[in-house]
Write a protein that binds this ligand. Structure first.
Ligand code: BES
Ligand code: ZN
Length: 595
């Protein structure tokens, strides 16, 4: 009997929960779900304990299908894991039903008031379960090592619509102004992929297997921005094998969604900051789609092997992008990623253990260690393997990897063994063990190459001591959003107020509509002490809750004595609008800068 996942009470000597039947009543006024979860497992030959993960759940009772009460205990909550719920099950049991309510502060749920939505007329609810927040919504063995199938019936106000990471089984009127939406997820998923959203939603068809959901005011823009999804799907199938999840729909989230995207199966969640009006940010869509193979089909065994989800998926995302937009565009994205990786390495200078691909996270909150390292270092490792093996051989390897581990989980050690066997020569040639188990970026890591990239880098001579050049008006006007990212990402920090003023005067960067480029610019400008950037930064931070922007911009504001008080005041004003996970991040940043 052992607990293999440092972030779960699940014990591999105990029965494995195989399916979940969830019934939940969504109460917007109390901000709770009143729920019952029936967990099914193989019939027990002897009596057994079953340890489940919970966080902030009020358990009301547990019973067998025949109504017999089940004895249970809820332990005192641990800070990261939450509270263990132990059921004492009799021999012969095959299922147990837990009646419970969630807490208004459930870490996986954000309850939005009408004012926080695009339409301003209806409330909105969404979940974000990765990595270990699912337990605040459903009592489960909340570890990827325990895959479940699920069905759900979600009872909501009749003027709202419920969507989940599952096939829709229709809607029925429940009377008294309520409606019930049914769902079925026939493929087994790790519990972190359980997902729910409720709001005033409409959809548009994008292709035979895809539609996009959004609030009515946003849905047309979303349909335009994400129109390439079907091309992406077909391209990805060519690269990685058949799509196993039947449909790939998209939900455009409210602005407080804390991530760029979340790969909930059958229904990817995407931030509305991708709606740049020029389709320049759809690599995030390609990324979440790519998780359908790397992550959702082949899943990291636990958070210590997160790079196997994200590094693999960045690699897959860029292969899809390369096929659709060409290698030069992908080289630019890889160059942006490389600078982000360098900054993450610098951030963890005094915690080098967090710059390993395979991490040790017992006693560590996975949200606190989130960074670009598993994404971009993981990507570079796979690129190194690809270069050593040659693309043809690496493509065969990738397909075999997916086929071997599909609907299963994998650790870094298993990946090493598989790669040694299937890609012999390459693993040793790149020193795979150093990539996996040592901190930092190994010497000789692959460098992105493209003519466009060289032209851009001539403007920002690295480490030569030469000052960066201001792009000419014509050059700058011709930059794509990604080229701006390369340029801005390669400026020295701090960049100097003269350069910032000149950039802002010439190109009006503080008024950009592309949120990603705007955030990169504001980061550069605030760090340089360019005061004209403060007001636009405050505006962005009051509108959007995406952590990719919150962390650097709050850090830039809080690290300068001149703007520290404004950072605090801004946070106090916006706090209620941010997601619980985002609040933790900003509070961490502000705390570090106070100390
Ligand atoms: N699965 C992640 C988001 C995530 C990671 C949620 C860890 C919770 C814990 C998602 O696929 C992701 O990586 N999103 C990125 C997209 C980018 C790398 C293209 C994001 O949100 O920025
Ligand atoms: Zn991802």
């Amino acid at each position: 009997m052992a607990r293999p996942d440092p972030h779960s009470y699940a014990d591999d000597g105990q029965p494995a929960v195989r399916r979940l039947d969830l019934r939940a009543r969504v109460d917007f006024s109390a901000q709770v779900l009143h729920a019952q979860a029936t967990l099914s497992f193989d019939p027990l030959s002897t009596s057994a304990s079953l340890d489940l993960d919970t966080r902030d759940l009020a358990v009301e009772g547990v019973s067998l299908p025949d109504g017999t009460a089940v004895r249970y205990t809820v332990d005192r909550p641990e800070p990261i894991l939450g509270a263990r719920l132990r059921l004492e099950l009799p021999a012969g049991a095959m299922a147990a039903t837990i009646r419970y309510a969630t807490s208004p502060t459930a870490s996986a749920l954000q309850w939005l008031a009408p004012a926080q939505t695009a339409g301003k007329r209806h409330p909105f609810l969404f979940s974000q379960c990765q990595a270990i927040h699912g337990r605040s919504v459903v009592p489960l063995q909340d570890t990827p090592r325990r895959r479940i199938r699920y069905r759900a019936e979600i009872d909501v106000p009749a003027d709202l619509c419920a969507v989940m990471s599952a096939a829709s089984m229709g809607r029925r009127d429940a009377g008294s102004g309520r409606a019930v939406f049914g769902f079925d997820m026939p493929q087994p998923i790790p519990p972190y992929l359980l997902a729910l959203a409720v709001g005033d939603l409409e959809s548009r068809e994008l292709g035979p297997r895809s539609r996009v959901w959004a609030e009515p005011d946003v849905v047309e823009r979303a349909a335009w921005e994400f129109a390439s999804v079907d091309d992406m799907l077909r391209t990805a199938e060519g690269l990685f094998g058949p799509y196993e999840w039947d449909r790939f729909d998209i939900l455009t989230m409210p602005p407080s969604f804390p991530y760029g995207g979340m790969e909930n199966p059958r229904l990817a969640f995407l931030t509305p900051t991708l709606l740049a009006g020029d389709r320049s940010l759809v690599n995030v869509l390609a990324h979440e789609l790519a998780h359908s193979w790397t992550g959702n089909l082949v899943t990291n065994a636990d958070a210590e092997h997160f790079w196997l989800n994200e590094g693999m998926t960045v690699f897959a995302e860029r292969r899809i992008q390369e096929a659709l937009e060409g290698p030069d565009v992908t080289a630019l994205h890889a160059a942006v990623g490389r600078r982000a990786l360098d900054r993450a390495m610098a951030r963890f200078a005094d915690r080098p253990e967090l710059t390993r691909l395979r991490t040790q996270l017992a006693g560590v909150d996975p949200d606190e260690t989130f960074s670009e390292v598993p994404y971009e270092k993981g990507y570079l490792f796979l690129r190194a393997l690809e270069e050593a093996a040659g693309r043809a051989r690496f493509d065969i390897f990738l397909k075999k990897y997916i086929d071997t581990f599909r609907f299963g989980t994998i650790t870094s050690e298993e990946f090493a063994a598989f790669t040694r066997r299937e890609l012999s020569g390459a693993f040793e040639a790149v020193d795979g063990d150093a990539w996996l188990f040592a901190p930092g970026v190994p010497r000789g890591a692959p460098e992105p190459r493209a003519a466009r990239l060289e032209a851009l880098m001539a403007l920002v001579p690295p480490a030569s001591g030469e000052a960066p050049h201001l792009p000419s008006a014509g050059q700058g006007a011709a930059f794509s959003p990604t080229e701006w990212q390369v340029y801005l990402g390669n400026l020295p920090r701090p960049a100097g107020t003269d350069l910032c003023r000149a950039l802002d005067d010439r190109f009006g960067l503080s008024a950009l509509r592309n949120a990603d480029v705007l955030a990169s610019w504001l980061d550069v400008a605030l760090t340089a002490g360019h005061d004209a950037a403060v007001a636009p930064a405050e505006r962005l931070l009051a509108e959007v809750g995406r952590m990719k922007y919150l962390r650097p911009l709050y850090l830039a504001l809080a690290s300068r004595p001149e703007t520290r008080a404004r950072a605090r005041a801004l946070y106090d004003r916006c706090r209620d609008r941010y997601h619980p996970i985002a609040r933790q991040v900003v509070e961490g940043v502000l705390r570090d800068q106070d100390a």
